[in-house]
Design a binder for this molecule. Sequence first.
Ligand SMILES: [Zn+2]
Length: 61
Amino acid sequence: MAERACRHCMRLLEGQTCLICGTSDLAEEWSGLVIILDAERSEIAKKLGVDIPDRFALKVR
Ligand SMILES: [Zn+2]
């Protein structure tokens, strides 16, 4: 799969670095796609500690 998951914020991205964390600590293997549309109202977003609408992985290796 082309997308990688940031190990810090669990955000899915296609580049080499996470724009939020500025880290290149990315996992190529991840599972559990979560799409956050409204971070302020989403229970999952709160669990993940997410405050921006984006797509996230539930688990990364
Ligand atoms: Zn990140």
